[in-house]
Design a binder for this molecule. Sequence first.
Ligand code: ADP
Ligand code: MG
Length: 453
Amino acid sequence: MVDLQLFWSDVKNELSISIQAISYEVWIEKLEPVCFAEGALVLMAISANAKRTIDTRYLDKIKDVVSALNPAVSDVVIITPDKKEEFLSKQSSPEELVSTPRTVAEEKKPNPFLAKYTFETFVEGGSNAYALAACKSVAENPSGGYNPLFIYSGVGLGKTHLLHAIGNFLLKNSPRTNVLYVSADTLINELISMMRSRSVDETVRLREKYNSCDVLMVDDIQFLIGKEATQESFFNVFNDLYHRNKQIVLTSDRSPKDLVTIEERLRTRFGWGLTVDIQTPDMETRVAILKNKAAQMKFDLSDEVAEFIAENATSNIRELEGLLNKIVFYSSLTNHVINTRELAKEALSDFIDDKKETLDAGDVIDAVCKYFKLTPSELMSKSKTKSIVEPRMIAIYLITELLSLPLSQIGDLFGGRDHTTIIHARDKIANEIKTNPRIRIVVADLKNMLLNR
Ligand code: ADP
Ligand code: MG
């Protein structure tokens, strides 16, 4: 029998590759699969208007994908919400869709991973290099030593993307590996059902689901906080897999040691393998990510606009993508080329914070002086005293991060230092942020001060 939800998720996966991201989100993502009726896949659009657009622009494409994935589904019908009941009553019996001719596409397992989240579409930068290398290593050689792999970072920095990339890689290169990806939400619900379900069949099915996997990936494990019974049950699942040398990959918004309210024995186990974090991306990586996303959408993104966006979304890649999507959408709506900083600013005027816009090097220098109780002339001096050198390097780092000034101009600001000195200071602090919690906190405080003035 063809599972409606799974089938639709496969179709969407294919469509997300061939339809522009913004159109995909506006039109395809909002379609709801209703049923199979008389051999057709019935999809509900949110309104009559949406139906009209989808019928004219996307229906043929959807039909192509559907028939390639399952030739027994001979048609696709888009309906409006008022027709839903009528179609549900015409629903085909599941048997009608069983005897489908076998095709190559059908023999594939349904792919629960988003096609757009792969290693190829993940842009490497200093902020994520370790995490990326660890994920590739696990994908190429599950249970090869990094077990569990624990990835943590703030929101929107690529954890889910990396899990899907591992999944896509394994399905493609090692299709016999049984990969299970669950959000913490699903995990919690299923663990509860396992403990409390009245139906023995259901309990057995769920146990089997977790026991039989070769790779278990749980996204956002911090949601187990405060759920003692579920933690206990997950402890058993974890141990069972771990002792049978099955690979476990977990993500969280904080490190294992900071999951303070999670039971001690589970928390220590999380740290048994390899723990990697993803930092906020630097300016260069943000620009590279934007260029990559733009290329995927076949949008011609100028350097100036990429830099403008990267200056205005510094701590979250989802936000970065959001601004790019708005530029793409705005330019396709108005048919105007947006290739300068001014035009980008106009297009995004409702979404970006003016404060960031007006930030200049002087503000950064003032903030750093205030923070370290130095005068600007001390900060800019040639002094080699540690209590001045470090704040100076932090000021340089923040200027390269938050503003897009040419390095030589930054050098001039700091008393005619040359650009290699500026690069050295920037990279030194970027490294310190990774290894030195004190510097990380100082930089985060200063960023906060500057961006939330
Ligand atoms: P998280 O799970 O950490 O909250 P996601 O994996 O959902 O973050 O990432 C948010 C968005 O940013 C996704 O669309 C993802 O594709 C994108 N993204 C994050 N890191 C990168 C990267 N290094 N290269 C390309 N896209 C990235
Ligand atoms: Mg996520």
